[in-house]
Design a protein. Structure first.
Ligand code: HEM
Length: 367
Protein backbone atom coordinates (compact mmCIF):
# COMPACT_ATOMS: atom_id res chain seq x y z
CA UNK A 1 0.00 0.00 0.00
CA UNK A 2 1.11 3.56 -0.73
CA UNK A 3 0.11 6.79 1.00
CA UNK A 4 0.62 10.38 -0.10
CA UNK A 5 2.34 12.81 2.28
CA UNK A 6 0.22 15.70 1.03
CA UNK A 7 -3.35 16.90 1.15
CA UNK A 8 -4.84 14.95 4.06
CA UNK A 9 -6.82 16.50 6.89
CA UNK A 10 -4.24 15.77 9.58
CA UNK A 11 -0.75 14.40 8.89
CA UNK A 12 -0.46 10.77 7.79
CA UNK A 13 0.54 8.28 10.48
CA UNK A 14 -2.20 9.28 12.92
CA UNK A 15 -5.61 8.15 11.64
CA UNK A 16 -4.09 5.86 8.99
CA UNK A 17 -4.16 2.21 10.20
CA UNK A 18 -1.05 1.34 12.24
CA UNK A 19 1.54 -0.49 10.16
CA UNK A 20 3.53 -3.38 11.57
CA UNK A 21 6.81 -1.59 12.44
CA UNK A 22 8.09 1.76 13.64
CA UNK A 23 11.33 3.68 13.74
CA UNK A 24 10.94 6.72 15.96
CA UNK A 25 13.59 9.43 16.35
CA UNK A 26 13.85 12.78 18.08
CA UNK A 27 16.32 15.57 17.29
CA UNK A 28 17.90 18.56 19.03
CA UNK A 29 18.15 21.71 16.97
CA UNK A 30 21.82 22.63 16.71
CA UNK A 31 21.18 25.89 14.86
CA UNK A 32 19.74 29.09 16.24
CA UNK A 33 18.64 30.55 12.94
CA UNK A 34 15.09 30.35 11.75
CA UNK A 35 16.16 29.93 8.14
CA UNK A 36 18.09 26.72 8.91
CA UNK A 37 14.96 25.29 10.54
CA UNK A 38 12.86 26.34 7.55
CA UNK A 39 15.29 24.71 5.09
CA UNK A 40 15.34 21.50 7.13
CA UNK A 41 11.52 21.23 7.27
CA UNK A 42 11.29 21.91 3.53
CA UNK A 43 13.98 19.38 2.65
CA UNK A 44 12.50 16.78 4.99
CA UNK A 45 9.03 17.27 3.49
CA UNK A 46 10.11 16.74 -0.11
CA UNK A 47 12.27 13.76 0.88
CA UNK A 48 9.41 12.17 2.86
CA UNK A 49 7.07 12.54 -0.13
CA UNK A 50 9.58 10.65 -2.28
CA UNK A 51 10.24 7.96 0.34
CA UNK A 52 6.52 7.29 0.82
CA UNK A 53 6.24 6.57 -2.92
CA UNK A 54 8.89 3.89 -2.49
CA UNK A 55 11.44 6.08 -4.26
CA UNK A 56 14.99 7.05 -3.40
CA UNK A 57 15.83 10.62 -2.45
CA UNK A 58 18.64 11.05 -4.94
CA UNK A 59 21.42 9.07 -6.52
CA UNK A 60 22.46 5.83 -4.85
CA UNK A 61 25.45 5.28 -7.11
CA UNK A 62 26.80 8.62 -8.38
CA UNK A 63 28.46 8.69 -11.79
CA UNK A 64 31.50 10.54 -10.47
CA UNK A 65 34.06 8.40 -8.64
CA UNK A 66 34.32 11.04 -5.95
CA UNK A 67 30.54 11.16 -5.38
CA UNK A 68 28.86 10.20 -2.10
CA UNK A 69 25.36 8.72 -2.54
CA UNK A 70 22.39 10.96 -1.74
CA UNK A 71 20.35 7.88 -0.78
CA UNK A 72 21.86 5.02 1.20
CA UNK A 73 20.07 2.44 -0.97
CA UNK A 74 18.90 -0.26 1.44
CA UNK A 75 15.20 0.24 0.67
CA UNK A 76 15.57 -0.12 -3.10
CA UNK A 77 13.22 -2.80 -4.48
CA UNK A 78 11.23 -3.02 -1.21
CA UNK A 79 8.39 -0.77 -2.48
CA UNK A 80 6.47 1.81 -0.40
CA UNK A 81 5.50 -0.84 2.25
CA UNK A 82 2.76 1.53 3.54
CA UNK A 83 5.42 3.94 4.80
CA UNK A 84 4.18 7.04 6.61
CA UNK A 85 6.48 9.62 8.19
CA UNK A 86 4.92 11.99 10.71
CA UNK A 87 6.81 15.17 11.67
CA UNK A 88 6.45 16.76 15.13
CA UNK A 89 7.64 20.15 16.42
CA UNK A 90 8.83 20.33 20.05
CA UNK A 91 8.33 23.17 22.55
CA UNK A 92 11.67 24.91 21.79
CA UNK A 93 10.71 25.48 18.14
CA UNK A 94 8.20 28.10 19.25
CA UNK A 95 10.63 30.37 21.10
CA UNK A 96 12.48 33.65 20.57
CA UNK A 97 15.55 31.71 19.42
CA UNK A 98 13.80 31.14 16.10
CA UNK A 99 11.53 34.21 16.20
CA UNK A 100 8.53 31.86 16.26
CA UNK A 101 6.98 32.66 19.64
CA UNK A 102 3.89 34.19 18.04
CA UNK A 103 3.20 30.90 16.21
CA UNK A 104 3.21 28.76 19.35
CA UNK A 105 0.17 26.43 19.37
CA UNK A 106 -2.15 27.57 22.14
CA UNK A 107 -1.77 24.46 24.31
CA UNK A 108 1.90 23.70 23.60
CA UNK A 109 4.00 23.21 26.73
CA UNK A 110 6.21 20.65 28.42
CA UNK A 111 4.28 17.84 30.09
CA UNK A 112 3.73 18.24 33.81
CA UNK A 113 5.62 16.03 36.26
CA UNK A 114 3.60 12.80 36.54
CA UNK A 115 3.50 10.29 39.39
CA UNK A 116 4.98 7.48 37.29
CA UNK A 117 7.96 9.46 35.99
CA UNK A 118 11.33 7.72 36.15
CA UNK A 119 12.78 9.64 33.24
CA UNK A 120 16.26 9.22 31.86
CA UNK A 121 17.35 12.60 30.45
CA UNK A 122 18.95 10.99 27.41
CA UNK A 123 15.56 9.42 26.48
CA UNK A 124 13.53 12.55 27.11
CA UNK A 125 12.63 15.73 25.23
CA UNK A 126 13.64 16.78 21.74
CA UNK A 127 12.94 19.72 19.43
CA UNK A 128 11.73 17.65 16.46
CA UNK A 129 10.31 14.15 16.10
CA UNK A 130 10.00 11.74 13.20
CA UNK A 131 7.64 8.76 13.45
CA UNK A 132 8.27 6.41 10.50
CA UNK A 133 5.88 3.44 10.32
CA UNK A 134 5.89 0.78 7.61
CA UNK A 135 5.01 -2.85 7.00
CA UNK A 136 8.69 -3.57 6.30
CA UNK A 137 11.11 -2.65 9.11
CA UNK A 138 13.91 -1.92 6.67
CA UNK A 139 11.76 0.66 4.86
CA UNK A 140 11.04 2.45 8.17
CA UNK A 141 14.71 2.28 9.17
CA UNK A 142 15.90 3.58 5.82
CA UNK A 143 13.52 6.56 5.97
CA UNK A 144 14.80 7.66 9.37
CA UNK A 145 18.42 7.01 8.49
CA UNK A 146 18.26 9.13 5.37
CA UNK A 147 16.22 11.90 7.03
CA UNK A 148 18.78 12.02 9.86
CA UNK A 149 21.50 12.35 7.22
CA UNK A 150 19.69 15.37 5.77
CA UNK A 151 19.47 16.91 9.25
CA UNK A 152 23.18 16.41 9.75
CA UNK A 153 24.12 17.76 6.33
CA UNK A 154 22.14 20.97 6.87
CA UNK A 155 23.82 21.43 10.28
CA UNK A 156 20.39 22.25 11.70
CA UNK A 157 19.72 19.25 13.95
CA UNK A 158 21.25 16.13 15.45
CA UNK A 159 19.78 12.92 16.80
CA UNK A 160 18.68 12.94 20.45
CA UNK A 161 17.02 9.57 21.14
CA UNK A 162 15.49 6.80 19.10
CA UNK A 163 13.42 3.64 19.45
CA UNK A 164 12.87 0.88 16.93
CA UNK A 165 9.57 -0.94 17.46
CA UNK A 166 9.05 -4.37 15.97
CA UNK A 167 5.34 -5.00 16.35
CA UNK A 168 2.27 -2.83 16.45
CA UNK A 169 0.45 -2.74 19.77
CA UNK A 170 -2.63 -0.79 18.74
CA UNK A 171 -5.49 -1.34 16.34
CA UNK A 172 -7.06 0.91 13.73
CA UNK A 173 -10.48 0.57 12.14
CA UNK A 174 -11.08 -2.91 10.72
CA UNK A 175 -7.75 -4.31 11.98
CA UNK A 176 -7.56 -7.34 14.25
CA UNK A 177 -6.25 -6.39 17.68
CA UNK A 178 -2.54 -7.17 18.12
CA UNK A 179 -0.84 -8.11 21.39
CA UNK A 180 1.68 -6.22 23.50
CA UNK A 181 4.64 -7.91 25.24
CA UNK A 182 2.45 -8.74 28.24
CA UNK A 183 0.64 -11.10 25.88
CA UNK A 184 -2.59 -9.09 26.09
CA UNK A 185 -4.63 -7.70 23.20
CA UNK A 186 -3.94 -3.97 23.00
CA UNK A 187 -6.13 -1.46 21.21
CA UNK A 188 -9.54 -3.07 21.73
CA UNK A 189 -11.19 0.17 22.83
CA UNK A 190 -9.37 2.82 20.80
CA UNK A 191 -10.53 5.75 18.71
CA UNK A 192 -11.62 4.56 15.26
CA UNK A 193 -14.56 6.76 14.17
CA UNK A 194 -14.26 10.13 12.43
CA UNK A 195 -16.57 11.79 14.96
CA UNK A 196 -14.18 10.76 17.76
CA UNK A 197 -11.14 11.96 15.80
CA UNK A 198 -12.83 15.35 15.43
CA UNK A 199 -13.79 15.46 19.07
CA UNK A 200 -10.59 14.15 20.73
CA UNK A 201 -7.66 14.14 18.27
CA UNK A 202 -7.71 16.95 15.66
CA UNK A 203 -7.46 20.57 16.77
CA UNK A 204 -10.64 22.11 15.43
CA UNK A 205 -10.88 25.37 17.31
CA UNK A 206 -8.50 27.82 18.96
CA UNK A 207 -5.31 29.05 17.31
CA UNK A 208 -4.61 30.17 13.75
CA UNK A 209 -6.13 28.51 10.67
CA UNK A 210 -2.91 26.68 9.71
CA UNK A 211 -2.95 24.73 13.00
CA UNK A 212 -6.46 23.33 12.45
CA UNK A 213 -6.32 19.53 12.09
CA UNK A 214 -3.01 19.52 13.90
CA UNK A 215 -2.63 17.34 17.00
CA UNK A 216 -0.36 16.88 20.01
CA UNK A 217 1.84 13.77 20.00
CA UNK A 218 2.81 12.39 23.41
CA UNK A 219 5.44 9.67 23.40
CA UNK A 220 6.56 7.58 26.38
CA UNK A 221 9.22 4.91 26.38
CA UNK A 222 7.79 2.44 28.91
CA UNK A 223 10.05 -0.37 30.08
CA UNK A 224 8.37 -3.66 31.00
CA UNK A 225 9.82 -5.76 33.83
CA UNK A 226 9.37 -8.88 31.78
CA UNK A 227 11.00 -11.45 34.06
CA UNK A 228 8.83 -10.50 37.01
CA UNK A 229 5.64 -10.45 34.89
CA UNK A 230 6.42 -13.90 33.51
CA UNK A 231 6.39 -15.44 37.00
CA UNK A 232 2.97 -13.98 37.85
CA UNK A 233 -0.19 -16.13 37.89
CA UNK A 234 -2.36 -15.51 34.84
CA UNK A 235 -5.41 -14.93 37.06
CA UNK A 236 -3.49 -12.03 38.64
CA UNK A 237 -2.38 -10.78 35.22
CA UNK A 238 -6.05 -10.71 34.19
CA UNK A 239 -6.85 -8.59 37.24
CA UNK A 240 -4.02 -6.19 36.40
CA UNK A 241 -5.63 -5.33 33.06
CA UNK A 242 -9.27 -6.15 33.90
CA UNK A 243 -9.45 -8.42 30.86
CA UNK A 244 -8.90 -12.08 29.96
CA UNK A 245 -5.50 -12.74 28.44
CA UNK A 246 -6.52 -15.05 25.60
CA UNK A 247 -9.88 -13.67 24.44
CA UNK A 248 -9.30 -10.03 25.40
CA UNK A 249 -12.82 -9.97 26.89
CA UNK A 250 -13.41 -7.75 29.93
CA UNK A 251 -13.63 -9.77 33.16
CA UNK A 252 -17.37 -8.99 33.17
CA UNK A 253 -17.87 -10.36 29.63
CA UNK A 254 -17.06 -13.27 27.35
CA UNK A 255 -16.09 -11.63 24.05
CA UNK A 256 -13.38 -9.09 23.21
CA UNK A 257 -15.71 -6.26 22.28
CA UNK A 258 -18.18 -6.72 25.16
CA UNK A 259 -18.53 -3.42 27.04
CA UNK A 260 -16.86 -3.64 30.46
CA UNK A 261 -19.19 -3.25 33.44
CA UNK A 262 -17.10 -1.36 35.98
CA UNK A 263 -19.81 -1.54 38.66
CA UNK A 264 -20.52 -5.29 38.58
CA UNK A 265 -19.71 -7.20 41.79
CA UNK A 266 -19.24 -10.88 42.57
CA UNK A 267 -21.17 -12.86 45.21
CA UNK A 268 -18.80 -11.56 47.94
CA UNK A 269 -19.49 -7.95 47.00
CA UNK A 270 -16.08 -7.34 45.36
CA UNK A 271 -15.80 -5.51 42.03
CA UNK A 272 -15.21 -8.07 39.26
CA UNK A 273 -12.98 -5.59 37.39
CA UNK A 274 -10.81 -4.32 40.28
CA UNK A 275 -10.75 -0.55 40.83
CA UNK A 276 -6.95 -0.68 40.31
CA UNK A 277 -7.21 -2.53 36.98
CA UNK A 278 -5.65 -0.69 34.03
CA UNK A 279 -8.89 -0.44 32.04
CA UNK A 280 -10.87 0.71 35.05
CA UNK A 281 -8.53 3.66 35.62
CA UNK A 282 -8.07 4.50 31.91
CA UNK A 283 -11.63 4.15 30.55
CA UNK A 284 -13.61 7.19 29.44
CA UNK A 285 -16.51 6.07 31.65
CA UNK A 286 -14.33 6.73 34.69
CA UNK A 287 -12.55 9.86 33.38
CA UNK A 288 -15.25 12.41 32.59
CA UNK A 289 -15.45 11.09 29.03
CA UNK A 290 -11.78 11.69 28.16
CA UNK A 291 -10.41 9.65 25.23
CA UNK A 292 -7.04 9.59 23.45
CA UNK A 293 -5.83 7.85 20.30
CA UNK A 294 -3.19 5.21 21.14
CA UNK A 295 -0.74 4.23 18.37
CA UNK A 296 1.89 2.25 20.28
CA UNK A 297 4.55 -0.33 19.33
CA UNK A 298 6.46 -3.08 21.13
CA UNK A 299 10.21 -2.51 21.29
CA UNK A 300 13.29 -4.34 22.49
CA UNK A 301 16.78 -3.12 23.35
CA UNK A 302 18.17 -6.65 23.79
CA UNK A 303 19.50 -7.38 27.29
CA UNK A 304 20.18 -4.96 30.15
CA UNK A 305 23.38 -5.04 32.22
CA UNK A 306 21.77 -7.61 34.57
CA UNK A 307 21.33 -9.96 31.56
CA UNK A 308 17.56 -9.48 31.72
CA UNK A 309 15.33 -8.88 28.71
CA UNK A 310 15.20 -5.15 28.06
CA UNK A 311 11.93 -4.43 26.28
CA UNK A 312 8.69 -2.53 26.56
CA UNK A 313 6.10 -0.38 24.90
CA UNK A 314 6.78 2.71 22.83
CA UNK A 315 3.52 4.38 23.85
CA UNK A 316 2.39 7.07 21.41
CA UNK A 317 -0.85 8.96 21.82
CA UNK A 318 -2.50 11.75 19.87
CA UNK A 319 -4.88 14.25 21.41
CA UNK A 320 -6.06 17.79 20.77
CA UNK A 321 -4.95 18.84 24.26
CA UNK A 322 -1.96 17.40 26.19
CA UNK A 323 -4.13 17.62 29.32
CA UNK A 324 -6.10 14.60 28.05
CA UNK A 325 -2.97 12.43 28.40
CA UNK A 326 -1.98 14.06 31.70
CA UNK A 327 -5.39 13.44 33.26
CA UNK A 328 -5.26 9.72 32.42
CA UNK A 329 -1.62 9.26 33.38
CA UNK A 330 -2.11 11.11 36.68
CA UNK A 331 -4.60 8.40 37.68
CA UNK A 332 -2.70 5.50 36.15
CA UNK A 333 0.64 6.66 37.55
CA UNK A 334 -0.58 6.62 41.13
CA UNK A 335 -2.99 3.65 41.25
CA UNK A 336 -2.59 1.31 38.26
CA UNK A 337 -1.88 -2.31 39.22
CA UNK A 338 0.32 -2.37 36.11
CA UNK A 339 2.85 -0.04 37.78
CA UNK A 340 4.49 -3.01 39.49
CA UNK A 341 5.59 -4.20 36.06
CA UNK A 342 6.46 -0.99 34.16
CA UNK A 343 8.64 2.13 34.35
CA UNK A 344 8.17 5.27 32.27
CA UNK A 345 11.79 6.00 31.28
CA UNK A 346 11.44 8.37 28.30
CA UNK A 347 9.04 11.12 27.30
CA UNK A 348 8.39 13.76 24.67
CA UNK A 349 5.70 16.12 23.47
CA UNK A 350 5.37 17.50 19.94
CA UNK A 351 2.88 19.55 17.99
CA UNK A 352 2.07 17.74 14.74
CA UNK A 353 0.97 20.29 12.13
CA UNK A 354 -1.65 19.27 9.56
CA UNK A 355 -0.50 17.65 6.32
CA UNK A 356 1.05 20.14 3.86
CA UNK A 357 -0.53 20.87 0.50
CA UNK A 358 1.24 19.44 -2.54
CA UNK A 359 4.32 21.58 -3.26
CA UNK A 360 4.42 23.05 0.25
CA UNK A 361 6.09 21.74 3.42
CA UNK A 362 5.52 21.12 7.12
CA UNK A 363 5.02 24.34 9.08
CA UNK A 364 5.45 26.59 5.97
CA UNK A 365 2.90 29.08 7.30
CA UNK A 366 5.24 29.99 10.19
CA UNK A 367 8.02 31.38 8.02
C1 HEM B 1 -6.37 -0.03 27.50
C2 HEM B 1 -1.99 -1.99 27.77
C3 HEM B 1 -0.11 2.28 29.08
C4 HEM B 1 -4.39 4.33 28.20
C5 HEM B 1 -5.36 -0.94 27.51
C6 HEM B 1 -5.52 -2.36 27.33
C7 HEM B 1 -4.29 -2.91 27.40
C8 HEM B 1 -3.35 -1.85 27.64
C9 HEM B 1 -3.92 -4.38 27.25
C10 HEM B 1 -6.85 -3.11 27.13
C11 HEM B 1 -7.24 -3.27 25.70
C12 HEM B 1 -7.66 -2.01 25.02
O1 HEM B 1 -8.79 -1.51 25.18
O2 HEM B 1 -6.82 -1.48 24.27
C13 HEM B 1 -1.10 -1.00 28.17
C14 HEM B 1 0.30 -1.22 28.44
C15 HEM B 1 0.82 -0.02 28.82
C16 HEM B 1 -0.25 0.94 28.78
C17 HEM B 1 1.01 -2.54 28.28
C18 HEM B 1 2.23 0.32 29.23
C19 HEM B 1 3.27 -0.49 29.11
C20 HEM B 1 -1.11 3.21 28.97
C21 HEM B 1 -0.94 4.63 29.19
C22 HEM B 1 -2.16 5.20 28.94
C23 HEM B 1 -3.07 4.15 28.56
C24 HEM B 1 0.36 5.32 29.60
C25 HEM B 1 -2.57 6.65 29.00
C26 HEM B 1 -2.07 7.55 29.81
C27 HEM B 1 -5.28 3.33 27.93
C28 HEM B 1 -6.67 3.56 27.59
C29 HEM B 1 -7.25 2.30 27.41
C30 HEM B 1 -6.20 1.33 27.61
C31 HEM B 1 -7.36 4.90 27.45
C32 HEM B 1 -8.72 1.98 27.06
C33 HEM B 1 -9.47 1.71 28.32
C34 HEM B 1 -10.93 1.42 28.04
O3 HEM B 1 -11.62 2.32 27.54
O4 HEM B 1 -11.37 0.30 28.32
N1 HEM B 1 -4.02 -0.65 27.71
N2 HEM B 1 -1.40 0.31 28.37
N3 HEM B 1 -2.41 2.95 28.60
N4 HEM B 1 -5.03 1.98 27.92
FE1 HEM B 1 -3.24 1.14 28.22
Amino acid sequence: RQYSFYGHEGQVGISTPPQRHIMYMTFDLTTSTRQDLQVLLARWSSAIAQLMKGGTIGQVEPARDSGVGMDTGEAMDLGPASLTVTVGLGPRVFTDTFGLTQHKPVLMRNLMQLPSDDMQPELTGGDLSLQACADDPQVAYHAIRDLARIAKSTGAAQTRWTVMGFGRASAGKGQSTPRNLFGFKDGTRNITEKADFDKYVWIKDGGPAWQQNGSYQVVRKIKIHIESWDTDRVSDQNNVFGRHKVSGAPLTGTKEFDTPDFKKKDADGNLIIPATAHISLASHENNQGIKILRRSYNYTDGLNNMAQLDAGLLFISYQKDPAQFEALQTRLGSSDALNEYISHIGSGIFFVPPAPKEGSYIGAEMF
